[in-house]
Design a protein around this ligand. Structure first.
Ligand code: ADP
Ligand code: MG
Length: 371
């Protein structure tokens, strides 16, 4: 036992508490693992290409972990490319190419040229493409030309993943929507009990000295402030472990979690805001959080004025209203009907949802200066 005040070791394998680690077992995602495995075992292995799939669910609901788990478990009679689809089609295709060992010239290829090479190298083989965070690619390129090429190619199975339930509404090309008409799998947010089980499992793997009450508290906080995001819960737990170790305490308790909360909250807001694409979403949020603008049309006006000032493109109100709806779905704002119906139709009111308004404002400003 270490003397009071000197650091202690409270987790034999702290790496198992990291959100980067994907455990062998995924408690509470067994059914989703089974559903996906079905396509591998009863379709791919029989030479049948399954229908495209779009998995949506909130951040930290285990989408990436589940798909990676299933990919690792099955032998695929063809090429498999897992990629985080941020950016343009060419960029994403390059990443797919390097995943399957196809060499493309470093520069100077248009998407059409890159696709032609890629397709001819892959030949007639089966191709499984996982496009993680698909909404990012769609936001960057609403015509989604890569998705068009992929879904037109025979023997190609596309699995898209997104935090955004309405990711497909970002697609602005009818041809893409008619060839990419995926089966939907929706991952519900984890409940407090489910997050607690997942954490408990990790605590055992890590050989960590954590009180049950502290685990429960991490689970409760992750559900109330981050919609059951396991990444958040694990970060909170890891930070609490480190705080307790630094203090030389012998077990992680609720007060360590309490202290860790603030630090983790900052990191979480920063990460989630950084992930918002395009930057116009930040401008809309700035309008809501800083200017306290609650009328949608005034918000669009504000966002476009700011966009012009920053040298960004200006969007139609229709497009901006989609962004605003996304922000509602993602939990950044709340859009409600305001009282009676006005002369020109329904009046909507937009309000902030994050409690720490100052933190959100400061983070948005910081991200906008980095554009
Ligand atoms: P998403 O892709 O939905 O945002 P992830 O799959 O990346 O979420 O999950 C974040 C992390 O949380 C994973 O790396 C994994 O460590 C952990 N995690 C999520 N779901 C589970 C689960 N059911 N069991 C164990 N760990 C999980
Ligand atoms: Mg993910």
């Amino acid at each position: 036992m270490s003397p009071p005040g000197s650091p202690s070791v409270l987790a034999e394998h702290p790496e198992y508490l990291s959100p980067e680690y994907t455990p062998e077992e995924l408690p509470h995602r067994e059914r989703d693992v089974e559903n996906l495995s079905f396509y591998f075992e009863n379709r791919l292995l029989r030479g049948v290409t399954p229908p495209h799939i779009l998995i949506t669910g909130p951040s930290g609901s285990g989408k990436t972990a589940t798909v990676k788990h299933v990919l690792a478990k099955h032998r695929v009679p063809g090429f498999v490319a897992y990629t985080v689809a941020t950016g343009s089609g060419v960029k994403v295709l390059r990443s797919c190419a390097s995943e399957v060992g196809v060499r493309l010239p470093v520069r100077g290829l248009s998407l059409d040229e890159a696709w032609e090479r890629f397709d001819s190298e892959v030949g007639g083989s089966l191709l499984v493409v996982v496009l993680d965070e698909l909404d990012k690619m769609l936001a960057a390129e609403p015509e989604a030309p890569l998705l068009y090429f992929l879904t037109r190619r025979p023997k190609t199975w596309v699995i898209g993943l997104s935090n955004n339930y309405s990711a497909l509404s970002l697609v602005k090309d009818e041809r893409v929507l008619s060839s990419f008409n995926p089966w939907r799998m929706v991952f519900d947010p984890y409940t407090v009990d489910q997050v607690r089980d997942i954490l408990q499992h990790r605590v055992i793997l890590a050989g960590a000295q954590v009180k049950d009450e502290a685990v429960s508290m991490c689970a409760a906080v992750s559900v109330s402030t981050a919609g059951g995001d396991v990444r958040y819960a694990l970060n909170l737990l890891s930070s609490a472990v480190q705080l307790a170790e630094k203090a030389g305490d012998h077990v992680v308790g609720e007060r360590h979690v309490e202290t860790a909360k603030e630090e983790v909250e900052r990191g979480y807001i920063l990460r989630s805001l950084t992930a918002l694409q395009p930057p116009h979403k930040l401008l809309l949020l700035k309008g809501v959080y800083e200017q306290r603008i609650s009328s949608p049309s005034q918000l669009y006006e504000y966002a476009n004025t700011q966009a012009r000032r920053l040298g960004l493109s200006v969007y139609t109100y229709k497009r901006l209203s989609e962004f605003l709806n996304n922000l509602h779905v993602e939990g950044w704002v709340k859009i409600t009907r305001r009282g009676a119906t006005g002369r020109r139709g329904v009046l909507w009111e937009v309000l902030p949802t994050e409690e720490d308004i100052d933190l959100v404002k400061a983070t948005i400003d910081k991200l906008l200066t980095q554009l």
